[in-house]
Write a protein that binds this ligand. Structure first.
Ligand code: PGA
Length: 250
């Protein structure tokens, strides 16, 4: 971890709610991490309630998705201004599950980033290769293609990147700290070539894919890893706080 970049530990609940939801929110509100920022990304149904209970500002609230238009006849969708109006500060964009199950690609992901920027929220833009792409050896090209979606002149303060190898999501298999660091360094170099050195050096690049208390410290110790996007372990209060503590203690 590089101490110029404040670490972020973000919990992606996906389509789940922690077993004891109220206890979870009470516990997270007592978060004492000083250095690491915590972000909770519940399903749409719970965003307003989680944001409203965040009295002490000990964590921030993120959405898992947003629609790429501002308003209109899009049944079932939610716009960036609606998210901002209930206190959402972060939005996950381009998660591999949405790329896979909703066929989301560049055409919708680029405008989604733009909508998030217009509301001055922060996009957590996810990139990552499948197992097949890793085995083929062309995984860095795949990641470059995904990074090309970030609009020109996008401000660094509105962007976080999450590297999530698809083969490590929810599988219990984690990228080794060295594998994660290698890809993070590649991403940072891509950002440097495209957006300049200051931009690249200030962007937080999170690792995601089976991060848990037992492997968090060694992943977060890598110089290019600036935090984590946590799925399964973010639903268990003790595990999530343990990962936050690991980030805080780097
Ligand atoms: P996981 O999910 O921690 O359960 O592997 C990470 C993610 O998909 O964001």
């Amino acid at each position: 971890m590089n101490h110029l970049r404040q670490p972020i530990i973000a919990g992606n609940w996906k389509m789940n709610i922690p077993a004891d939801f109220q206890n979870f929110i009470a516990g997270i509100s007592k978060n004492t991490a000083k250095n690491a920022s915590l972000v909770i990304c519940p399903p749409f149904s719970h965003l307003g309630s989680v944001a409203a209970q965040n009295n002490h500002r000990n964590f921030q609230v993120g959405a898992q998705n947003v629609h790429h238009e501002n308003s209109g006849a899009y049944t079932g969708e939610v716009s960036a201004s609606m998210l901002a109006s209930v206190g959402v500060q972060y939005v996950i964009i381009g998660h591999s599950e949405r790329r896979q199950y909703q066929a989301e690609g560049h055409e919708v992901l680029a405008p989604k980033l733009q909508r998030v920027l217009e509301q001055n929220m922060i996009g957590i833009y996810c990139v990552g290769e499948t197992l097949e792409e890793r085995k083929s050896g062309r995984f860095l090209e795949v990641i470059d293609q995904q990074l090309k979606t970030i609009p020109k002149d996008f401000p660094a303060e509105n962007l976080v990147i999450a590297y999530e190898p698809v083969w490590a999501i929810g599988t219990g298999e984690t990228a080794s700290p060295e594998q994660a660091n290698e890809v993070h360094a590649h991403i940072r170099n891509f950002l440097k070539m495209t957006f300049g050195e200051d931009f690249a050096n200030s962007i937080r690049i999170l690792y995601g894919g089976s991060m848990k208390p037992s492997n968090a410290a060694e992943l977060l110790a890598q110089p290019e890893v600036d935090g984590g996007l946590i799925g399964g372990a973010s639903l268990v209060l003790e595990d999530f706080l343990a990962i936050a503590a690991a980030a805080d203690n780097q």
